[in-house]
Design a protein around this ligand. Structure first.
Ligand code: G
Ligand code: G
Ligand code: MN
Ligand code: NA
Length: 246
């Protein structure tokens, strides 16, 4: 089968699942939240990476039901805890009706406190149809949901969007940590300063070793995520059971 044909059946065949990756507070290493990441084990194609199937889901419109399914599963998984749960949103979800009412219904159904849900969007979402996106983000904010700008440092970075859309959190992309010395530290420092200037909490993604983790303490980032701090795991319990960081 082709990817689009198999993906069409993935939801009803219950082939989709979520992994959970911890996000830690830099000050003390405690888990502040988990990011939910979609996974697909296709009966016909085997495991398919989200880098392959998310674009197909966007092209076919399947990202709309799949995206709401992911939010619902993430909220269900989080409802008994005290940590935040973050879910990624595609720009296509913002261009279709029903996103705001769908999220409202999920919060109602699961009973998750809205301030425990973080929706992650990228600059791709902000550039598509800024007027209608702004209105939808305002509705989400009015519900009490938190908003994070994901993959910061990889897009067009129209910096005014950080002011226009008022993000609670900015997630600096892991590729920034892969910049060579001596530029890495000042570049990261500058990106953190930009996020802070707009009043956002800062998250650095892709932390893969102790040296990077130590550097974040020095630079005063608020939160961090990455394999060194806990890889994506198949259950909430496994993600929370990652050893504490010193
Ligand atoms: O987990 P991994 O690094 O393989 O994810 C690859 C990409 O897929 C990332 O850009 C991530 O944001 C995206 N992704 C993972 N889960 C979801 C999801 O539920 N919805 C959307 N739209 N993208 C997701
Ligand atoms: O686009 P987004 O930031 O949502 O995607 C997060 C992706 O980063 C996930 O697919 C996850 O599997 C991946 N990831 C998690 N930890 C690390 C890491 O330490 N290094 C790298 N390169 N990727 C990571
Ligand atoms: Mn993300
Ligand atoms: Na990111």
């Amino acid at each position: 089968a082709t990817v689009p044909a198999a993906l069409q059946l993935a939801l009803e065949r219950e082939e989709l699942s979520l992994d959970f990756q911890p996000m830690r507070r830099v000050a003390d290493g405690r888990v502040e939240g988990l990011e939910a990441l979609l996974r697909w084990r296709s009966a016909e194609l085997g495991p398919v990476s989200p880098e392959v199937f998310v674009p197909v889901a966007e092209e076919t419109g399947l990202i709309v039901p799949i995206g709401l399914w992911a939010i619902e599963k993430a909220c269900e998984a989080a409802v008994g805890g005290s940590w935040r749960i973050a879910v990624n949103l595609s720009p296509v979800q913002f261009s279709q009706p029903g996103l705001i009412s769908g999220i409202g219904a999920i919060l109602h159904r699961t009973g998750l406190q809205p301030s425990r849900l973080v929706l992650e969007l990228t600059e791709r979402t902000l550039t598509a149809r800024p007027g209608s996106v702004r209105e939808k983000l305002r509705s989400l904010r009015a519900m009490g949901v938190l908003l994070a700008l994901d993959d910061f440092g990889t897009g067009y970075s129209k910096l005014a969007s950080l002011h226009d859309f008022r993000f609670d959190m900015v997630k600096v992309d892991g590729s920034v940590l892969r910049i060579g010395a001596p530029q890495r530290e000042p570049v990261l420092c500058a990106l953190l300063d930009i996020a802070r200037a707009f009043g956002a909490a800062t998250v650095v993604e892709g932390v893969e070793n102790e040296a990077e983790w130590r550097m974040l303490g020095k630079l005063g980032a608020d939160f961090a995520q990455g394999r060194f701090l806990g890889a994506p795991r198949e259950s909430v319990a496994a993600a929370l059971a990652e050893p504490a960081m010193p």
